[in-house]
Design a protein around this ligand. Sequence first.
Ligand code: ATP
Length: 240
Amino acid sequence: MSSMLRVTELETAYGAILALQGMQIEVNRGEVVALIGANGAGKTTSLRTISGLVAPRRGRIEFLGQNITGWRPDRRVALGLVQVPEGRSILGRMTVQENLEMGAYLRRDPAGVSADLKRVWDRFPRLAERKGQLGGTLSGGEQQMLAIGRALMARPQLLLLDEPSMGLAPLVVQEVMQWVQEINREGITVLLVEQNARQALRIAHRAYVLETGRVVLHGPAADLARDPRVVGAYLGGRTA
Ligand code: ATP
């Protein structure tokens, strides 16, 4: 298996608060890797550091064999490291199509961009039906669909997903997880941050458990889903 992302000894602080304290993870090409943990464990900070939105105090981020630790976020996007932010950040007063086009703003291949737009319409017919509608009028699930579609427009090799299940009804959460699985099967590697550990472990190949900015457990998702420490702390006492 070839390593796509390797994060070592990452330390990220907000003023005096040390949110990541030597965090280490690795993602191989083709995997869905889940990062689970309680509120405030550092999940969002991990993704924001990997995508370059916050700078680490220490540590190293390697993507596709390059040390990208000091790179600007847009340069990382151009290399194929694309984040779907928490809360989706859909532009409510722009149309569905304009939101999708925003995802391709760094690209200089108009023919490729229109081909990818067509692919998004094919993958998500509900977006195609609503292409002229304002982003803010979509349901929560549709907004998540749009946020993922917008990330696909940047041609990701590794998709960073921050809590895609947040605020969605259980059936919609299952749908979102299914999209993630399909996208992965088509060749996109995924790093998934979730508070909903049960759903994340169901679709992930491997997972890391984060506590106070450190990885405390990791392994195949199926093993973690049966691990008493995970079951007790993150699965409400029931196996996944
Ligand atoms: P959540 O599920 O609530 O998003 P999380 O696991 O993603 O939690 P982070 O949001 O990464 O955790 O937060 C890690 C720590 O950093 C917490 O102690 C949090 O209070 C702190 N923190 C996060 N963002 C900021 C910020 N902008 N300023 C100050 N402290 C922050």
